[in-house]
Write a protein that binds this ligand. Structure first.
Ligand code: PHE
Length: 344
């Protein structure tokens, strides 16, 4: 009997099957009415004396091992055929969370400000809803002067008799006025912000965009200071070998005034489709602060002089990323935004 028991035990240990039917057949073979174990129990009844205790223990062990082996196999087969949703594979990689990226306009804005900070400029901000005085009046735009048409304005409140209507700022020069009204030179500020102009939306124009303007007022500030500041900025922003070019222009608040171009960093100035074959890219306007502006802000124009400049953040982003449809920067399509991973 000992031999039979150990033979059946190894049969139980070795048995395996991927078919539920085979497992059931094996159960019947062992534990059915005429099963091996049933017959063994019959045989056991005949045993007497000393051997009975030891044999009984062994047969019981065999039986419980057989029962647990069969239920193990049945369970394994049941969970395999269960629907996928009920099975959990803890070894599979998890779903990564999306933490987002910085908007390209925010990145470029930070880069511009960081460059001017190196030169000792501090950042000044102001309201988007402004009055006529801070956007036009103090900046030497006489009432009804055609220069006001350069910046098509959204008026919020324009009463016939109002001398100072409320409007959306068309440039961040209004911040410069606010700072000059409240402080005396030396003044060295950069003014980032959102501005609004009543323009039809297209790939090249939008009713809303971002600017960074700058102002430096002190004794003996000259056009040479302006040129060097802009050259330093251009080389930090676009590369050590870019050149700048200033073209005569007109703004009511600066005299003399200029448009600033940088040599095209894409073709190195040879001419390509980005710079439309000219080798130059327009970046913004600049000039020496008009004496009338200093006077309006109660700064002594006999003692002090200053320079100012302004540039469009989208324009610089377009040059940097070569994504040339302005609308892309405002639509917030994640397929566009996901391409910018720079963190500043
Ligand atoms: N404020 C001007 C604009 O928005 C830019 C500028 C700023 C020009 C300072 C000259 C000096 O177009």
């Amino acid at each position: 009997m000992h031999n039979k028991i150990s033979a059946l035990l190894s049969e139980v240990e070795e048995f395996t099957s991927d078919s539920a039917q085979k497992v059931e057949e094996f159960r019947v073979k062992l534990l059915g009415k005429k099963g091996d174990l049933t017959l063994l129990f019959e045989e056991f009844k005949q045993v007497s004396g000393e051997a009975k205790r030891e044999l009984g223990q062994k047969i019981n062990e065999l039986k419980s091992r057989a029962l647990s082996r069969i239920s193990e196999l049945k369970q394994a087969l049941e969970s395999e055929s269960a629907p996928a949703a009920l099975t959990l594979d803890v070894s599979r990689p998890g779903t990564a969370g999306c933490i987002g990226t910085r908007h390209p306009i925010a990145t470029v804005r930070s880069e511009i400000l960081a460059i001017f900070r190196q030169l000792g400029f501090t950042v000044a901000e102001g309201p988007e809803i402004e009055d006529d005085w801070h956007v036009f009046g103090a900046l030497n735009f006489p009432p009804e002067h055609p220069a006001r048409d350069m910046q098509d304005t959204f008026f919020i409140e324009k009463k016939e008799d109002s001398e100072n209507p409320i409007l959306l700022r068309t440039h961040t020069s209004s911040i410069q006025v606010r700072v000059m009204e409240k402080s005396q030179p030396p003044i060295r500020i950069v003014c980032p912000g959102r501005v609004f102009r009543n323009e039809a939306i297209s790939a090249r124009a939008h009713c809303m965009f971002h600017q960074v303007e700058g102002l430096y007022v002190d004794q003996n500030v000259s056009f040479a200071d302006l040129k060097q500041t802009l050259l330093y900025f251009a080389r930090e922003m676009f590369g050590a070998d870019v050149e700048i070019r200033l073209r005569p222009s007109f703004f009511p608040f600066t005299e003399p005034s200029a448009e600033m171009d940088v040599s095209c960093s894409i073709c190195g100035g040879k001419g390509c489709n980005i710079c439309k074959g000219t080798g130059w890219l327009e970046v913004g306007g600049c000039g020496l602060v008009d004496q009338n502006v200093l006077d309006s802000c109660k700064i002594d124009s006999q003692k002090y002089s200053g320079f100012a400049f302004g540039m469009g953040v989208e324009r610089i982003a377009m040059l940097k990323y070569q994504a040339r449809d302005l609308r892309l920067y405002f639509e917030n399509d994640v397929r566009f935004l996901r391409q910018f991973t720079a963190v500043v």
